[in-house]
Every structure is written in C-alpha cells, then in structure tokens.
Design a protein around this ligand. Structure first.
Ligand code: FEO
Length: 160
C-alpha cells in the first residue's frame, strides 16, 4: 500500500471492525442488565459496522490493493448506566466521523476521485448514525433511568 490515503483506508477498514467489537461489548453490557431490546440494537449496530468494513475491503480489492488486518484492541466492558452507554456510543460515532472527514481531505489532496466518491457514502452514513444515537439519548434523558420507561423503550428498540 503506497499512499498515505490507501494506508488510511486500510486503517479505517480495521477501525470499522473495532467499532463492531465495541458495540458487541455494549450489547453484552446491557444484556447482562436484562435489556434484550437494547442488546438487539447494539448487535445490529455491530453488524452494520462489519458491513461498513466489508465495503472498504471490497473497494481495496477492486483497486488491486490487499487489505491488511491489524490487532483489535480489547473493548471496554463496563459502560455505566444506559444513558451513559449510548452517550459513549455517540462519542465513538463522532470519532468515526472525524476519521472519515480526514480521509476525505486526504483523498482531495491526493486527487483520488475514486476514493472521494466512495467516502461520500460514509459521510452520509455518519450523519444518520450520529442522529440515531442523539435521538436515543434524548429519550433516555427523559426516562432518567426509571425502570418503567426503560422497559417500554427496551421493547421499542428491540424492534429495530
Ligand atoms: Fe461505521 Fe458507526 O460507523
């Protein structure tokens, strides 16, 4: 992998997988507290992250670059209460957005239209991802960790 941009894409491929790991760990965290609906949400989120990774992997192969897997950091196990867990997820998504934006800048600098075009999909996806988490956090803040509200919302997110 020659350019800084391609190395960055490979890094993002690994980071999407790492994101999936983090969401699986969040799923475990909430499932252990009896919230199967929240867990379902996070498992689905993890699945989406693996799809984001696959899209990058397929692109690298298409441009004749072999993706390289790196070591994945052990995810955090305890994410605090439910609101805190989703807030940590939003912070993670903001980090993903920052990384995607840096890659877009780099693709423009390197004048690589193929990559700029690919990354546009991720830019749009990040708007949606951050919005989803913000909406959930807003509801959780109103529920204020009260069990009655949590149980109702758990069953709603379980239908995601
Ligand atoms: Fe792949 Fe949630 O960003």
């Amino acid at each position: 992998m020659e350019s800084k941009l391609l190395k960055g894409l490979n890094e993002q491929y690994n980071f999407e997988i790492e994101s999936g790991y983090i969401y699986i760990s969040m799923a475990h965290h909430v499932k252990e507290k009896g919230m199967d609906g929240f867990a379902h949400f996070f498992y689905k989120q993890a699945h989406e992250e693996f799809e984001h990774a696959e899209k990058l992997r397929n692109f690298l192969f298409e441009i004749d670059e072999k993706p390289v897997l790196e070591g994945i950091k052990k995810p955090q196990e305890d994410f605090g209460n439910f609101t805190e867990t989703f807030k940590t997820a939003l912070e993670h998504e903001k980090e993903v957005t920052k990384r995607i934006n840096k890659l877009v800048d780099l693709s423009v600098e390197e004048n690589d239209h193929r990559v700029t075009s690919l990354l546009q999909w991720y830019v749009d996806e990040q708007v949606e991802e951050e919005d989803n988490f913000r909406t959930i956090i807003e509801k959780l803040e109103r529920i204020n960790e009260a069990w009655a509200g949590l149980y109702l919302y758990d069953s709603e997110l379980g239908r995601r």
